[in-house]
Structure formats: C-alpha cells, structure tokens
Design a protein around this ligand. Structure first.
Ligand code: FES
Ligand code: FES
Length: 160
C-alpha cells in the first residue's frame, strides 16, 4: 500500500507516494527524473548508485526509500550552481578522469563527502574514500589526481 513520504532532494522538498518496497534509486530516477544517479550492479558492489544522505555516502540501490524520509539527499544534479560546475566536476573533466562516465556521479559524491570532512586529504585518504566506487575505464590514477586537485582548488578559494 502506498504511503506519502517527504524527501528533501538537492535542497528541494518533495512529497511522493511510495510503496514500502521502493528503493531510493527508483524514487530518484523514476519518480523525480534525476537520472544522474546510475543503476549498475544493483547488489551493492559497484558504487554507481551512490548518493549522499545527510552528507554520508550511501548506496541507493540497497536503500529503501522509506528509511530516508525527511532526510537531506544530495544527487549529482545538486552539485553545480547554475552553470558553474562544482570544483570536483571541473577537475574530473580537466584531468580526464571521465571516460564512459557511468561511475562518475557516484565517484564525485563519495569524493565530496570526503572533502566535506577532510579538506586536505592525502592520496591514501582519497583511495580509501573511493574504495567502494568501481571504474571499468580509467584505471583510477586520473580520478585520484582530480580529487586531489579539486581539494587544492577549494582550499585556495576558501583562503581568498
Ligand atoms: S548499483 Fe548500487 S552498488 Fe552497484
Ligand atoms: S569512466 Fe567508465 S566506469 Fe568509470
């Protein structure tokens, strides 16, 4: 039986009728049309479906939507400010850290959670933070370099 649930997604409130078995990824992609969140393995192995719930990376393919009612959910669509990309998005482009791009939204959101709690991570911190996000294309070197560069840029901007 459907129930009405409230969600805050990328700062906007939504009221949606959900079934108890609905997954968060279904709500995001099918009810809200936020298809930046990717569905890949569906069993918690790849991280493509990563979104932030109250700033913490979670796997939306394993999360019942009803368990994140009233929480702040951030998807990749919530990062850019108008036409201005988030520094992580900019760095992924500049460093060639995107090939097919399927892993990229989840990678960037995991990286954002890291930089929010640790603005000056080392390479090992980045690798640890991204350890749940698989990429079949890039070999990870450019991804790690992009996250470190974004962190540096964000620190410079914070000092200005
Ligand atoms: S689609 Fe969720 S972990 Fe792979
Ligand atoms: S860029 Fe293709 S899976 Fe990562």
């Amino acid at each position: 039986m459907k129930q009405i649930a409230n969600f805050i997604v990328n700062g906007k409130p939504y009221e949606i009728a959900i079934e108890p078995h609905m997954l968060l990824i279904e709500v995001l992609r099918e009810e809200l049309g936020l298809t930046g969140t990717k569905y890949s393995c569906g069993i918690g192995h790849c991280g493509a479906c990563t979104v932030l719930v109250d700033g913490i990376p979670i796997l939306s393919c394993l999360t019942l939507a009803a368990t994140v009612k009233d929480k702040n959910i951030t998807t990749i669509e919530g990062l850019a400010k108008g036409t201005e990309l988030h520094p992580l998005q900019r760095a992924f482009i500049d460093y060639g850290a995107i090939q097919c791009g399927y892993c990229t939204p989840g990678m960037i959101l995991s990286a954002k959670a890291l930089l929010d709690r640790n603005p000056a991570p080392g390479e090992a911190d980045v690798k640890q933070a991204l350890s749940g996000n698989l990429c079949r294309c890039t070999g990870y070197v450019k991804i790690v370099a992009a996250v470190l560069a974004a962190a540096e840029n964000m620190r410079k901007v914070a000092k200005v």
